[in-house]
Design a protein around this ligand. Sequence first.
Ligand SMILES: [Ca+2]
Length: 325
Amino acid sequence: MKRTIFIGLTILVCHLAIAQKVKIIFDTDMDSDVDDVGALAMLHNFANRGEAQILAVMVSSLNPWSPGAVDVINTFYGRPDIPIGAVQRFGVYHKSRYARSLCEAFKHNTKLDEDVPDATMLYRKILAAQGDTSVVIVTVGDLTNLSNLLRSGPDQLSELKGIDLVKKKVKHIVCMGGRYPADVDPNPWGNFKPDPRSTRHVVAEWPTRIYFTGGGPFADSVQTGRIFFQEKYKDTPMAHAYKLFLKGWNRNWHHSADLIAVYVAVRGYLPYFKLEGRGYNHIFEDGTNLWRLAPRDERHYLISEFAEGIDPKSIGVKFDSLMVL
Ligand SMILES: [Ca+2]
């Protein structure tokens, strides 16, 4: 009898642990900035803790080394078989200080000349196989892949159009891009500006909730990466990338824009951040944005401020610990 109860409880606990895992698709540019590396490392750490399941990683960059750099990190964390998709032909290209070097220095099996699967097709394949409203997408790169997904038509993977497939399978997305309350800087950097057509399309048409998380001073005040300068982590791909990236900056830390998005996707905005549920995110023709407090768009939420009494430095220390095993 006792044994039966014990087995029953074990099954229940296992079931709860599985049920609590957030199913994540991570969409990254993995090229010009290094916080994508930290964010993917943090996501693997959440997977190791049983809090997340990584369904796939999508690359929104045309940099040929970016998919390999993703695979390096996946392989380092013991998940070399996570499907990787990439934008095809029409996308944004940025140089990277670390992507090629990661591919050349660490183990992975994504060859440069090998066709990486089309992100749109991989999105459709993965979403079609998942339960209804069960998938959380974290986008920390350009919105090209998500726009292509929305525009996709029925095919052998699903009889649904992209927008209906998203509506059926996606719980919500967390979107790192733009600055809040406003981004009036015409400089083309930042996730919304290199492909403004896709940004406008996704922000206007996406059929589920979008939790926007901010870059700029908000993300700058959460400093991460110091941990990779410790001796015990020196041989990790993350240390390799952060050191290459920060060379010449004369500092040992970086902003945490993409890490904040991953954290919010897996654990939610509490206890560190505030949630803005008024207004909507207005995207201009050139990809600059403005958070307007009216009218209300029920799909749009914003996370760009710290909760009362929270010191951003303490979040940085916590995030550093969440990037390593
Ligand atoms: Ca990024």
